[in-house]
Design a protein around this ligand. Structure first.
Ligand code: G1P
Length: 319
C-alpha cells in the first residue's frame, strides 16, 4: 500500500522504509586514489558517488539508510553528518548556496552506519544489516551503479513489491559478452509490461552458461526471508557469500520478480566507466554543461583522425 504524505507532496510514504548501501569494498581498482579515500567518496562532478545513491533512495520515499562500511570509511560518516565549523563559516559569509550543499547530505534521510568486519561478500554485507532492518522488506542499492535521477526504477520496484510481495531485482539486457560481469536471471513473462518472474539466478556465468542476457544491476527490494537464507548460504563465486545465491533459493520458491530497466544507468565501477559517467553527468548539468560541452566538442574534433573514439562502446552498457 502506498500512502501519500498529503495531496500536495509527491514523495509517497511506503511500507518499505529502509535502504541498505553496502560500502565496505577496498576500491583496489582506483588505487592510489582510494588508498586513504573510500571509493564511494570519489567525486562524480562535484558530489561523492554515494550521495547520488542516497538521493535516489530518498527520492523513492526511503527515509532510513544503513551504510555497511569497513575500515577507512570514516569520510562517509563525516559526509552525511553536520559540519559545524564549515557551516558557521559559510553562514557568516552569507554563502547560502554552498551552505545548502554542505547541509544537504545530512538532511536526505536518517543515516546509520555499521561495519562489516570481514569482507566476506555482498551477501554477508546484507546479512550484517539484519538487526537494523528487522522483519521488514528493505531496499539494497549498490554504489557502483548510478541510476539517472530522472529515472523511477526504484519506485517501480517498490510498486512491484507492494503488488506481488516477495523480492524484486532490477534487470537490464546486456550484450552476451558482458553477462559474465553480472548476476544473470532466468525469467518468464508475467503479462505485465516490464515485469518478469525470476525463475533462477546465477552469479557471473560464462556466456555459454548464462540463462539469458538479463543482468542484475545493483538495485534490489528484498523480503526479510532473505536473511534466513543468507545465514546458511555457503561461500560461492570468488569464495564470497553471494547475494545472488541466496536469491536463487528464493527464486526457486517462486517469490522473486524482476523489473526490466532500459533507462540511463552509469557505472562507476572501473576507471573508464567512471570517466564516462563524469563526462555524461557534467554535460547534463545546467551550470556546467553548456561551457563543458562546447570544449568537449572542440576536443573530440581535435582527436578526429587520430584513431580515438573507435572503442567508444565501453566494457559495460552504462555511461
Ligand atoms: C554485484 C553482484 C552482481 C551484480 C552486480 C551489479 O557484483 O554480485 O550479481 O550483477 O553487483 O553491479 P560486483 O559488480 O560487485 O562484483
Amino acid at each position: 500500500m502506498i500512502v501519500p504524505h498529503s495531496s500536495t507532496e509527491s514523495t509517497p510514504v511506503r511500507t518499505v522504509r529502509k535502504a541498505v548501501v553496502p560500502a565496505a569494498g577496498l576500491g583496489t581498482r582506483f588505487l592510489p586514489a582510494t588508498k586513504a579515500t573510500p571509493k564511494e567518496m570519489l567525486p562524480v562532478v562535484d558530489k561523492p558517488a554515494i550521495q547520488y545513491v542516497v538521493e535516489e533512495a530518498a527520492a523513492a520515499g526511503l527515509d532510513d539508510v544503513l551504510m555497511v562500511t569497513g575500515r577507512h570509511k570514516r569520510a562517509i560518516e563525516d559526509h552525511f553528518d553536520n559540519a559545524f565549523e564549515l557551516e558557521q563559516t559559510l553562514a557568516a559569509k552569507g554563502d547560502t548556496v554552498r551552505l545548502d550543499a554542505v547541509r544537504d547530505p545530512a538532511r536526505l534521510a536518517s543515516i546509520h552506519h555499521i561495519r562489516q568486519g570481514d569482507p566476506l561478500g555482498l551477501g554477508h554485507a546484507v546479512l550484517c544489516a539484519r538487526r537494523h532492518v528487522g522483519d521488514q522488506p528493505f531496499a539494497v542499492l549498490l554504489g557502483d551503479d548510478l541510476i539517472d535521477p530522472r529515472e523511477t526504477l526504484l519506485s517501480r520496484m517498490l510498486d512491484v513489491r507492494e503488488r506481488h510481495a516477495g523480492s524484486v531485482v532490477a534487470l537490464m539486457e546486456v550484450p552476451e559478452e558482458q553477462i559474465h560481469l553480472y548476476g544473470c536471471a532466468a525469467v518468464q513473462p508475467t503479462g505485465e509490461d516490464g515485469v518478469v518472474r525470476v525463475t533462477g539466478l546465477v552469479e557471473k556465468p560464462s556466456s555459454q552458461q548464462a540463462p539469458s542476457r538479463y543482468a542484475v544491476i545493483g538495485r534490489y527490494v528484498l523480503d526479510p526471508a532473505v536473511f534466513d537464507v543468507l545465514e546458511r548460504t555457503e561461500p560461492g563465486r570468488g569464495g564470497e557469500i553471494q547475494l545472488t545465491d541466496a536469491l536463487q533459493e528464493l527464486a526457486t520458491g517462486g517469490t522473486v520478480h524482476g523489473v526490466v530497466f532500459d533507462g540511463l544507468r552509469y557505472d562507476t565501477g572501473d576507471k573508464a566507466d567512471y570517466l564516462r559517467t563524469v563526462v555524461r553527468l557534467a554535460c547534463d548539468r545546467p551550470d556546467l554543461g553548456p561551457e563543458f560541452m562546447a570544449w568537449l566538442k572542440e576536443f573530440v574534433g581535435s582527436l578526429a583522425g587520430s584513431g580515438a573514439g573507435e572503442e567508444a562502446g565501453g566494457r559495460r552498457l552504462a555511461a
